[in-house]
Design a protein around this ligand. Structure first.
Ligand SMILES: C[C@@](CO)(OP(=O)(O)O)[C@H](O)COP(=O)(O)OP(=O)(O)OC[C@H]1O[C@@H](n2ccc(N)nc2=O)[C@H](O)[C@@H]1O
Ligand SMILES: Nc1ncnc2c1ncn2[C@@H]1O[C@H](COP(=O)(O)OP(=O)(O)O)[C@@H](O)[C@H]1O
Length: 308
């Protein structure tokens, strides 16, 4: 009898920015305790998994050449972690993963984490596992601090190393312009640079997110703009001084405010509405301060299976 091959499964998954990223001191395990507000954006990756003896990984799109296609790829690590979690480690050897990237690589927008989250949901569907998102999130947290958020999306308060999540009320769709830099920045290097800056001085800390959470609930982008903050921004700017110019250029172009996304170097600019975002994007693209620009809105849902 012929075995039935399940049809491929495609999952679309959002990027994230951190509206608020407060970084505590370095812990004994090398991580930093965070208080962060994640916000999922409409700039997405797509991950398709195929059941096939021709296992492997293919990547196309934004920054594809920079993404590993061996077992270190976060999506492939996710496939293996899920197969082991359900006690069928060999299943991972029969999966082909195809990634179409829209999220910049090493851009502070959690693209690798997004692909891992997408691969978890896609394989859970391919293998008919019927797992609850919370169980997938437990596996996700073993892969990286940002991976659970990509499963849930929306806007969420993250604590611990970023993996403990509580949804946040956000009434409004916010409009953003994203400025991609020429090259990425390494997340551990940016955290290391913040530790160094804190050893030699006393860079300001952004404090607690209460006011920002109230601004989100109000839905007023002008209120939110005043409260965007990121403790890693000083470290990212220290490693990539040109980001100062990018941040200024976005505001000159008409954005309400700009912030470095996570560990950078992508800068996110909040705009009053969708039309303003298009104007800011056009002007910023002509300012010569970044490699490319995108418009996006948020919050959007987390990883979702696409109906084809
Ligand atoms: C900075 C943030 C903000 O959301 O995002 P990105 O800019 O990378 O997208 C995250 O904290 C990145 O999370 P993620 O990229 O999943 O990091 P992980 O793989 O868990 O850790 C990579 C490395 O970052 C540092 N790290 C990460 C998280 C954390 N709370 N403290 C840390 O010090 C550690 O050096 C760790 O070895
Ligand atoms: N599927 C993937 N997509 C992007 N990067 C990946 C992936 N798998 C592994 N990586 C590695 O993870 C690093 C961090 O990438 P990414 O998650 O895009 O950025 P960030 O941590 O800044 O949000 C990259 O330099 C790349 O080598």
């Amino acid at each position: 009898m012929l075995a039935v091959v399940p049809p491929p499964v495609t999952v679309r998954v959002p990027s994230k920015i951190n509206l608020h990223l407060s970084v505590g001191d370095v812990r004994d395990d090398g991580y930093h305790d965070l208080t962060t507000v994640f916000h999922a954006l409409s700039l997405t990756d797509e991950v398709t998994v195929f059941s096939t003896p021709d296992a492997g990984i293919e990547v196309s799109g934004e920054g594809a050449k920079l993404v590993p296609t061996d077992d270190s790829n976060l999506a492939m690590r996710a496939v293996r972690a899920l197969a082991e979690h359900v006690g069928k480690p060999d299943e991972a050897n029969r999966v082909r993963v195809v990634i179409r990237k829209g999220i910049p690589v090493a851009g502070g927008m959690a693209g690798g984490s997004a692909d891992a989250a997408a691969a978890l949901l896609a394989c859970s569907t391919l293998w008919n596992l019927d797992l609850h998102r919370d169980e997938l999130a437990e596996v996700a947290a073993t892969l990286g601090s940002d991976v659970p958020f990509a499963l849930y999306g929306g806007t969420a308060l993250g604590t611990g190393r970023g993996e403990q999540l509580v949804p946040v009320l956000s009434r409004h769709t916010f409009h953003w312009v994203l400025a991609f830099d020429q090259r990425g920045l390494s997340t551990p290097k940016v955290y290391g640079e913040l530790d160094r800056l804190r050893e030699v001085g006393d860079p300001p800390r952004i404090g607690s997110p209460e006011a920002l959470l109230e601004a989100l609930a109000s839905g007023d982008p002008r209120r939110l703009a005043l409260l965007l903050g990121n403790d890693l921004q000083a470290a990212a700017v220290s490693l990539r001084p040109g980001l100062r110019r990018t941040l200024r250029a976005g505001v000159t172009a008409g954005a309400l405010a700009g912030v470095v996304s996570g560990s950078g170097p992508t800068c996110a600019f909040l705009c009053t509405d969708g039309d303003s975002a298009l104007k800011v994007a056009a002007e910023l693209a002509g300012a010569g301060v970044c490699r490319t620009v995108r418009v996006a809105h948020g919050p959007v849902p987390g990883a979702r299976v696409c109906d084809e």
